[in-house]
Every structure is written in C-alpha cells, then in structure tokens.
Design a protein around this ligand. Structure first.
Ligand code: AHR
Length: 502
C-alpha cells in the first residue's frame, strides 16, 4: 500500500479560519429564487412563500454568509424595483440570463429569508448600468436608522430596524465582456473607489469587496487587479476571485488536480494585493473573497437550448448541473485549498446554493435533496472552524497533462477551540488506498477517533429525487491512535473527515 505522513504541531499555524469561507450565493438566475428558496403554494412553503424543506437543508450546511442578488444579473438591476408593495413591482427583462424578472422576491424578502436560514447577507450593488448615486442610496435605505428619505422609505415598507448589511460587493465580474456595461480596469477602479468611498461615508462600519478577475484564465488577469487596485485600494477591504472547473474530456486524474490551479490563483492575487499595498506605503492588508467557486460544465449545452426555446420566460431551469461523485472530490480539495490559505482567504461563496450549480436541488412542487457536492461543504463548514494548522505532509505524487507533482493525498488539518483536531483528506488515486501516519504528539489528551467517508465505486454516480442517498457519507474504518500517532487507511478515490477528540 502507498504511504503518506503528516506532522501537526500547535505552534505551526496558518491562521484563524474566518467562518465566512463556508458562504454561498443566490442569484436571480434560473430556479435559484423562484422554485428554489421561494415557491408559494409548495406543501412546505411558509406564509411568506419560502420553502421550509430548502431552509432545513441550508441550515444543515450552516452557511454563514449568502451573496445576493447576482452575479451577472446585478449589472442590469435597479434595486428600487425590488422594494415596496409586491403587486406594484415592475417586471423587467434580465439581459444577463434572457429571463423576465418579476421582482416578487426583493430586498426585504431576502433579508427575511436570511434570518430564517441563519445566514448573513452579502449584497452586490450594480456598477454596470448604475453608479455612485445608487450605491449611496442603497446603503442609506438598508443601514441608516431613519430620518432621511431612503431610510424612512424602508420603514414605510415595513422594516423599522435597519437591515445592518455589513458586507457589500462593488459590482460583479466587471472585467468580463459578457457583463452588462463591462468596464476597463481603470474605469472600474475609479467607479469602485468613488462608490465605496460614499458608501462608507453613509455607514463606516461596512466592508467592501472589489471585483478581481472573473477567472485566472482571463487575458487581463493580473493587470486588471494591478490597475483597478491602484485606483481603489484605500477604500476596499477584499478583492474577489471567481473560478469554475469542469471535466469535459473525462480525465479524472487531471480534473482532481485542478485545485492546484486554484492555489496558484490565490497566491498570485495575494502577491498583487501586497505589491499595490507596498507601492502605496499602506499599512492595510487586503483579504480575498473567493465569492464564486464550484464545478460548472454539465449544463452548458442544455442552457443554450433552453434560452433558444424559452427566451424571456420566468425562472428558466438554467445552470442545473447534476453533480457526480468526482465533482464532490474536487469540491473537497477546493475547500482544503481555502483552509491552506486561511490567512488571506476570508470569504468564499460556493456558487450557488439552490438549483443553479448548487449543492441543493428541488423539483417545483416536489422534493428537495442534497447533491454530491453538498457533503464536503457540510463537513468543512461543521468541523473546519477554529485555527488552520500548517500540516507538514509527505505524500506520493503524480503528473498529469497540466500539472507535475500533484499530491496523491490532498490533506490538511484544523484545530477547534475545544482542542479537537480534524483532518480533511482526499485520496486522488483511482485504485490505491493510502496508509496515512499522523504525528500528533503535540496534542496530548486526544483519545477518540471518528472517521466519515464519502466514496462511491462509480465516479459518475449522482443523487436525484428518487435516490437522494446514492452518494452519501458513511462511517469510515477509523484509525488507531497510539502514543500520539494515528495510523489510518484512506481508501482510493475518497473524501475523508477524521476527527480526534478528547
Ligand atoms: O454563478 C453563475 C455566473 O457565473 C454568475 O452570474 C457570474 O458572476 C459568473 O460568470
């Protein structure tokens, strides 16, 4: 059997884990809102039309922060359409997704849903067709206590207390030519600076995310960050990163190595942020907000057909990727990558939450179930809190088309406030289990070992409404903890959560 070793020491830490790395995203896109979180008339709907079966699954994931309302949608969105009496709200053409938006769910409804789902809103403003004026008004509407035009309007619309939205995104993917009112890096940097400045004048307690590149594959990546940060560094707190992966050539080994690209992407953005900060003689260090990440490729062809057929219909079933077991393994490795970069990645939002490239699927009028990728996200959110440990790992490696030296065992560890240690591990080998030996001598008092495993013999196995538990965690074989050393077998192609408690 192949062998790997891991050494953990409480003195070797990466940093404290910001729970917001287990965030998610709901866009007015497809059936994320209409038919996802909201479906009046559904057997589980509450009095506001929110599906309770979906809220229960979201709570199970424990999502600390939810980005809203887009995505590409936001760059053509007039936020004022989403407030006031529901029957008087405008129906609008959404040019991002060729859909008709009814605005039935708007700002107040979303805030109510957040309370039910135990999540904090992360609100994106429109820096495509709108600008500084709308930016200052929306913060006044949402966060000012009262006594001004916009805050009084919020009160009149039924919300006496301010929403207190802490986290705001300054637009979405403004580097992308597909974006409604795409901007150059300089143009974007200027408007982000001015919008951010006045938003903080209205409410100095807010935090702001500037749009970084929409992918590390963009030809402007790097230059975009340098140029726009040169304009807005002083007023922003985070830079966004977006990245989706796919396996269109059916190369599982190459696909599972993609988290290496994510790691490189993060490290490059950190360097650029610090270079701009250094040039500006700034004492401030920017955080990273990886506010769109996932696997996304299964539904792409189908979406073109749907749009061709049903352009301008409401809630088209778009981006409904059905995830398989290998997707869950890559998602596990992406979560491990965030933990390894916990000193700088402070926010991350899996894109998205329900129906649209999502861990949760629903049928209109029917059930709600967990896709394969639900499980690693749930495990990491539940157990990956506290401090990220700097694990020293020695593992066999492999080469694939795009990467050399890919670790067969992708693993890291966290230390919780109660002193328990959790090891997360993906065995990327197609057929060989790995014997992992962990040196835990610096953590005396750890006694019990529990092991949860996600494995399926078929990498293409999926969950659906008929068979929702096809790919689901099961207890692993466990390991032997003796004299501060853990010996455990990590099965081939598996996601593992090994918990050591006192
Ligand atoms: O998450 C789906 C889309 O992907 C978002 O609307 C956009 O920001 C990105 O391109």
């Amino acid at each position: 059997m192949k062998k790997a070793t891991m050494t953990l020491d409480r003195a070797y830490t990466i940093g404290s884990i910001d729970p917001r790395i287990y965030g998610s995203f709901i866009e007015h896109l497809g059936r994320a809102v209409y038919g996802g979180i909201y479906e009046p008339g559904h057997p589980t709907a509450d009095k506001n039309g929110f599906r309770r079966d979906v809220v229960d699954l979201v709570k199970k994931l424990d999502v600390p922060v939810t980005r809203y309302p887009g995505g590409n949608f936001v760059s053509g969105f007039d936020w004022e359409d989403s407030i006031g009496p529901r029957d008087q709200r405008r129906h609008r053409l959404d040019l991002a997704w060729y859909t008709t938006e009814t605005n039935e769910v708007g700002m107040h409804e979303f805030i109510d849903w957040c309370k039910q789902a135990n999540t904090e809103p992360m609100y994106a403003i429109n820096l495509g067709t709108r600008g500084v004026d709308a930016a200052r008004n929306i913060v006044e509407y949402a966060n000012h206590k009262g006594g001004s035009y916009w805050s009084d309007l919020r009160i009149k619309n039924g919300a006496k207390d301010p929403f207190g939205i802490k986290l705001w995104c300054l637009g979405n993917e403004m580097d992308g030519p597909w974006q409604i009112s795409h901007r150059t890096a300089y143009e974007y940097g200027r408007v982000a600076n001015e919008a951010g400045k006045v938003m903080k004048w209205v409410d100095p307690s807010i935090e702001l995310v500037a749009c970084g590149s929409s992918s590390s594959q963009m030809p402007t990546f790097g230059d975009w960050e340098l140029t726009m940060l040169n304009e807005c560094y002083d007023h922003v707190d985070y830079v966004s990163l977006h990245r989706y992966y796919g396996n269109p050539t059916n190369d599982t080994r190459g696909f599972l190595a993609r988290s290496m690209d994510m790691d490189e992407f993060i490290k490059t953005v950190v360097s650029i942020c610090d270079a701009v900060g250094g040039k500006k003689h700034s004492k401030k260090k920017l955080g990273l907000s990886f506010d769109e990440w996932n696997v996304w490729y299964h539904s792409r062809e189908q979406d073109e057909e749907i749009i061709k057929r049903s352009r301008w219909d409401r809630a088209l079933p778009l981006l409904e990727d059905i995830y398989n077991f290998e997707d869950a393994l890559l998602v596990g490795s992406m979560l491990i990558t965030f933990l390894r970069n916990a000193d700088r990645v402070k926010i991350a939002c899996m894109a998205q939450l329900v129906n649209v490239i999502a861990p949760i699927m629903t049928r209109n009028g029917g059930g709600a179930w967990a896709q394969t990728i639900f499980w690693p996200l749930m495990h990491a959110s539940k157990y990956g809190r506290g401090t990220a440990l700097r694990a020293i790992v020695d593992t066999p490696t492999y080469d694939c088309e795009d990467y050399e030296g890919v670790p067969e065992l992708d693993t890291t560890a966290t230390l919780a406030d109660d002193g328990s240690v959790t090891i997360f591990a993906v065995n990327r080998s197609l057929d060989e289990p790995m014997q992992l030996s962990v040196d835990l001598r610096d953590f005396p008092g750890l006694k019990s070992v529990s092991h949860e495993l996600l494995h399926h013999d078929d990498v293409k196995a999926i969950n659906d409404e008929q068979n929702p538990d096809n790919v689901t965690p099961t207890p692993g074989q466990g390991g032997k903890l003796d004299g501060g050393r853990l010996e455990i077998t990590i099965p081939a192609l598996s996601w593992n959560v090994i918990r050591l408690t006192k």
